[in-house]
Design a protein around this ligand. Sequence first.
Ligand SMILES: Nc1ncnc2c1ncn2[C@@H]1O[C@H](COP(=O)(O)OP(=O)(O)OP(=O)(O)O)[C@@H](O)[C@H]1O
Length: 590
Amino acid sequence: MQIFWRFSKRYLRPYLHWYLAGFACIFLTQGMAVLIINTVKNAIDAVTLADADAQTVVPYAVKIALFAVSIIVVRTASRLLVFTPGRLIEYHVRNDYYQNLLFLQRGFFQRHESGDLVSRCSNDISFVRAAYGFGFLQIANVTITLTLGIGAMFAMDWRTTLYLAVPMILAFTIIQVSINYMLVYWRLANEQVGGLSSLCLSAYKGVSAIQNYHAEPAVLDRFRGINADYLHTQTVVTRVRSFIMPMVQLVGNLSVFIVLLIVAPKVLQGDLTLGELNAFLGYIAMIMPPLLSLGWMLNTFNRAVPAMERLEEIITAEPDLPKTVAETSEKPRGAVTISARDLAFRFPEDPKNPEPFELKPVSLEITPGKVVGVAGPLGSGKSVFLETLLRLNRLEPGRVLLNGDDGAVMELNRFRAFFSFAPQKPLLFSTTLRENLLVALTPEDHDQPDVEQRLRHALAAACFDLDPKVFPKGLETEVGVKGVMLSGGQRQRIALARALLKEADLYVLDDVLSAVDHETEKKIIQNLRRMEPKRSFLIASHRISAIQWADEILVFEQGSVVQRGNHAQLIQQPGFYQDIYQYQAEHPDE
Ligand SMILES: Nc1ncnc2c1ncn2[C@@H]1O[C@H](COP(=O)(O)OP(=O)(O)OP(=O)(O)O)[C@@H](O)[C@H]1O
């Protein structure tokens, strides 16, 4: 329950006055419902008197009509006043959830399935909204209605009211037991839906692998298995639900039966009036629905509590490093020297990976305009080195200095403003070419008159030809889901153009030319060298041609720098660089 208080303290507090006003309206609504029952009672008692005529009931009828119309107003107001903050809380929770996700480091996403993160943002948030909207409305409704209804019955005849407690407790018990039973199946159903979603997601991501290996029957079998289990679970839930409603109706009728059995003789004896008998029936009709909804209401909170725990885990997850919530990122200060001092990193150990990869200490000085190349065999740690320098992995204090300032303790936005990164596997958004490029610019830059020219320059530097025959819509061309409508080389060049578009002190390019042909690669390298003002680059590549122009080249093997120097020096030294250079010189087309 502590989670409920923490959540409420954070999100409900600003709306407390909405809820109080809403509860007041519920009080008025149920108060008027009691008054209507009371008026009907008085009307019946009045018409049973000897001097009654057709006019006797008119003032009562007018009174009832006035109450009925007023109830429309206050009931509507009560729902608006309680449901609206429920929606507003949902809005804030979703924003906080998404904002924190954007600041979390890679390790976090490796620990959480994407399907699970999506389900928290949709399913779990809707449970929280239900608790703060419907749940709170019901708490107030049940409490007020039961207090007023039972109180009024008690005032009329406390003994009969005590008899009525029997069916009421019976109704509540039936519902509670059924809900507890269903809760097990609801949880199971949630897990099964999660399993089905994960299978759908993996089929979506890996449909070509499934088709290549003719794995459809096996995948289909698994899906059908879980789907059949889900059907069974839902069938049980449906059966229990179908049983509850008639049972509850029976209990309602039992209450009427008890009233008639006990109150009718009292009417005959003159201890109670006919109006009072009718009022009893009215109060039963009034309190039965909220009483029966008590179980559902408790269930709303039962479902919201674990949902809150799952949401809180993300909302309060600390990034590996201090995060920033600055609205705009600071511009780099220009002429920045970026130094790595014994930069090292080790992936966290876990049972599946007891000996994780380790990047051994690397030191490097990148002065303005310097070009650094990174070479090494597959899996030697080139990307891990770049990503650690970029603080995508945990960065220890004092390991990356920006003009002497410690990058590890700097606000993340400010730190990231020094760098522009084109990763090995570029991600394109499922939108237009223009939107994909504009991501690299600040919102203020989007409205500058030279924005079009900047986009075209970046595309030209990356040798991306916006040929109207291929792209009749130019920059407005939709690239499809994650850029699927572009070739691998085109995707890489869009990602490169995007990286070049950003104003940064160091451009970090991780094997971004692997899918372009040699001629294009040569042109791109020439473009990079000619860029004005002169830029600093850190380029990892399997191709010597992409890094041989660098001022300094680091050669990695098994996480360590085993050779360093410029191209002329390295081709003289026996080792990986010389071998790969000779191989690529002999096989220029590979
Ligand atoms: N998220 C991760 N968790 C654990 N280990 C990882 C993770 N990412 C990479 N590694 C390990 O780090 C090693 C180095 O990977 P890295 O991507 O840096 O190699 P690389 O030199 O860039 O290779 P390539 O040339 O194939 O891109 C890999 O062999 C892998 O075992």
